[in-house]
Ligand binder design. Sequence first.
Ligand code: PLP
Length: 416
Amino acid sequence: METNLTCSLSPERVEKVRSEFPVLNQMINGSPLIYLDNAATTQKPLRVTKCITQYYNGYNSNVHRGVHQLSQLATIAYEESREKIAGFIHAAHKHEVIYTKGTTDGINMVAYAFNKKFLAVGDTVMISAMEHHANIVPWQIYGEEKEIRLKVIPINEHGELDMDAFSAMLDEKVKLVSVTYVSNTLGTVNPIKDIIRIAHQHGIPVLIDAAQAIAHIAIDVQELDVDFLVFSGHKMYGPTGIGVLYAKEKWLEQMPPYQGGGDMIKQVTFEKTTYNTLPYKFEAGTPSISAAIGLGAAIDYLQDFGIEELSAYEHELTNYTISKLLQVDGLRLIGSAKAHAGSISFIMNGHHNSDIGELLNQQGIAVRTGHHCTQPLMKIFNIRGTVRASLAIYNTHQEIDSFLGGLNKALEILRG
Ligand code: PLP
């Protein structure tokens, strides 16, 4: 992450942060847990889990349909969360915030709508070489009938987008640019402001996959002028099963609903159905009420912490981790972009990633190994997978030192 802020949290602050995440305080295989798999999912602070328990124990009820008190309370909490999300990303209207199951669900909704309504046979959707499968496969599934092609923005050896190629590849066939803000595998922070500006100069809308950005970088959808933004609650200290599709009102009004059922209708007859107003047109069936309320609590957590301060701390910790890793003999960093977030991938000469992951786990250290749902990217780097350490606000410099110690120990064992 490129920022001029430098920030180190005081030991008291770190202790306070960690005390809010009880899951961190446990032993794994005889060693204190060091959780470095935050790009897969983050841990949840007490205020999130408490607020979910409060809902179930205090006012569990369905939303929008009840006149009784519990339903009214559930509806208020559910809609308050939507308002918090809208405020967090600075959406112009709260009805531009659609609850989804997560990032994958959000991209599928847009892919469905685009193929149904806005794409013609032979059109193109532009993605990048570092996309998660969630931003590749939906376009292929829904685009099959109209033979929609994917154009792929190339990257350099550091894992940075080739912006000249991007500009050159924009033509009248491209109907949407859909790229990730931060690569879950490489850690690259993409220049999305430029991407949006350039695409808009050609009249092309832009979807940003913010799965790996939302908990780490302040996002203002109006300032970005982004058309669609998707993210998952569970990667931002919130629950699983909930996410957000933000879209500009003008798009949501034109998009067909993704699913039919309760809550998304105005009137149903056997002949014809008219749809509900925004955002409900896109929220068929009973939603994940507890998770939506929990996501509101996660947003409170992030806002109370201060996203700028959090960003600066993670930036410093990322640089620290990378500088330490680069001292390890035989280690190759996969993804060395100048603008680098806290997802850090590497491979070790002559050693299997899964062996390293397993030996780290034996020391209580949780990392992820494999292709990280970016198989085409692995092909570009000509590797089968990486070891990935991904950071969050509760990780500490001491943990990184222990991780490095654990890695060296694993290598000693592997080297015999
Ligand atoms: N996009 C990116 C960049 C991701 O890192 C992930 C998950 O790791 C996804 C999309 C999919 O997110 P989810 O599984 O929460 O839908």
